[in-house]
Design a protein around this ligand. Structure first.
Ligand SMILES: Cc1cc2nc3c(=O)[nH]c(=O)nc-3n(C[C@H](O)[C@H](O)[C@H](O)COP(=O)(O)O)c2cc1C
Length: 179
């Protein structure tokens, strides 16, 4: 199986790495690959038994390389099952961590004609000191509107590593069912 991620600040890489470790414990080898370092060939994707993608959201959209990946996946004649994880801050709220409850994930899936076998939204990380001035002000505004922290020094990891483990476990079950 193949495991990809798209990240800007590293949280999706950490999540993909954790998934990779969990899969390894289940006897499944899947090295996390950064889509920013190059997209896979269509043939490689088609030949995989399962494909997983972990991708973050910035300003309402999944990262460009993740969008390009999905466009490529859409072109495959007989694609392997897809496991999708959307990483964003909205998912920190109860009920916003599912394919139905998370608007980014729901719209993402709706825009593509093939439904993923697995889809989840995972809460990311807030890290104001790391952001540019403009990004910091924008995210503070969003946080003010959604009841989150606005202290410009705030650094909060919202990621539920238990949820990541559960997603990895579901991927392992699916992969083992493909054999
Ligand atoms: C510039 C910027 C824009 C963001 N836009 C959104 C957004 O529109 N909705 C949201 O829920 N989270 C948003 N986030 C939060 C990120 O999705 C979150 O920080 C995530 O952990 C980033 O993952 P990454 O480190 O893999 O890039 C934004 C973060 C930044 C820095």
């Amino acid at each position: 199986m193949l495991l990809f991620y798209a990240t800007r600040d590293g949280q999706s890489r950490q999540i993909a790495t954790k998934i990779s470790v969990r899969l390894g414990e289940r006897g499944i080898e899947a090295r996390p690959r950064d889509l920013a370092e190059g997209a896979p060939a269509a043939g490689e994707l088609s030949a995989a038994s399962l494909v997983a993608l972990v991708a973050s959201v910035r300003y309402g959209r999944h990262l460009k390389e993740a969008e390009q990946f999905m466009a490529l996946y859409d072109t495959l004649a007989s694609p392997p099952p897809l496991a999708l994880a959307s990483v964003n801050l909205t998912a920190r709220k109860p009920g916003k961590d599912t394919a139905d409850g998370n608007a980014y994930l729901r719209k993402w899936i709706a825009r593509h004609h093939r439904k993923p076998a697995l889809a989840t939204a995972i809460a990311g990380r807030l890290d104001y000191p790391r952001y540019t001035w403009l990004d910091r002000q924008m995210i503070r505004l969003i946080m003010k509107m959604t009841g989150g922290p606005t202290d410009p020094q705030a650094r909060v990891e919202y990621t539920s590593w238990d949820a990541v483990d559960r997603f990895a476990s579901a991927i392992a079950d699916l992969q083992n069912a493909q054999k």
